[in-house]
Design a protein around this ligand. Sequence first.
Ligand code: GLC
Length: 418
Amino acid sequence: MISKRALAVLLAGFAIGSPLTASAQTQLRAFVSSQHRPDVWRKAFDLYEARNPGIKVGLETGGNTSDAQAQYLNTVMTAKDTSLDVLILDVIRPAQYAAAGWTVPFNEVIGSDTAAYMQRYLPAYAEANTIDGKVVALPAFADAMFLYYRKDLLEKHGVNPPQNWDELAVSAKKILGAEKSENLQGLSFQGKAIEGAVCTFLLPYWSMGKQLVSNGKLSFDRDTAVKSLKLWKDFADQGVAKKNIAEVATDDTRKEFQAGNVVFAVNWSYAWGQFQGPESAVKDKVGVVKLPAVAGGSSVSCLGGWEWGVSTYSKNKTEAQKFVQFLSSPEISKFMAINAALLPQFPDVYADAEVVKAVPWFAQARAVVDTAKSRPVTPRYNEVSEIVRTTVNAVLAGTVTPEQGADQMEGRLRRVLR
Ligand code: GLC
């Protein structure tokens, strides 16, 4: 059956004397962060084009870290550039984009029952994308941090996946000592001053039961902050992590683990699809478990995820929003889970038989996503992020001690979150 839209396009073409001329096409352009499998998203775009003959979607990619991508998009939006219709945004940004007036709400295309529409998603994402009753973006995929490990090496050396960071250090040293390979790192995590380093700091901090911000106010616990910074620095000092861990961003961890040079790695879900891909040296040798806790604390993950927004400056807002509704559907969630190991934003997709077959560990991942903690929610998040990540980086680079780092962090945060 021909869709209404296809019919409209055909008629439009007919009116000017030729079927489906170029002018009858709607051109959309979508931005996807380069780390999150633009190759696989392209296939989802192709599917949309095949079903909607009047629409063509261009894909633009860039920004290998969340902050690099945000910097680029900030420039585009500040310039009121009309060339991008659809933007993928890190979960920490839809509120900021909406406040800046850079995205348009979806309420009209969703129809009368926006609450029911949003309730289909995992609660954390319904919440992150709804601001004062306005749906400012729709979830692209869920995300959380996990511990990846080399199943083959752990088995060979009779080691179980660690429950806490102390156990991880002991196991990593044992394996490194026995393997005697110069290229092998015990643990890789993110020490570069990127957005991901905010999570690096928060993981042990949260694991010890403390909050950084509550009700928009700073609730900084100095001892816990020192312990968190020291935990990571000790890994580097003890040779468990490499010396220049302060230069490591998310995709560096992914690449080094994928090349077979890392025993344990802290990373997000997308890494798995690459580890199992054709260019991987570790295919079928990788295990995934929830993150270790600080000894005596509990395991916590950092909530990630990405959202589709539609630009205020788009010339085809309604078509762009319909396209986003398609991208943010259970069908595409399942497609991205199977083909790119991006975590589903819909609870039901975790239990889908084909998803479970393709990514068996997703069965356990749901609980990790459900209990993952959100980075501080504050209108001044950008400043908070900058303070935390530059401190983590400075401690790992050895320019300040964990104690000095914690003091500087507290002082700077107090000025922002008074
Ligand atoms: C992942 C997460 C995102 C986070 C980023 C940090 O992409 O999904 O939320 O900010 O990593 O590096």
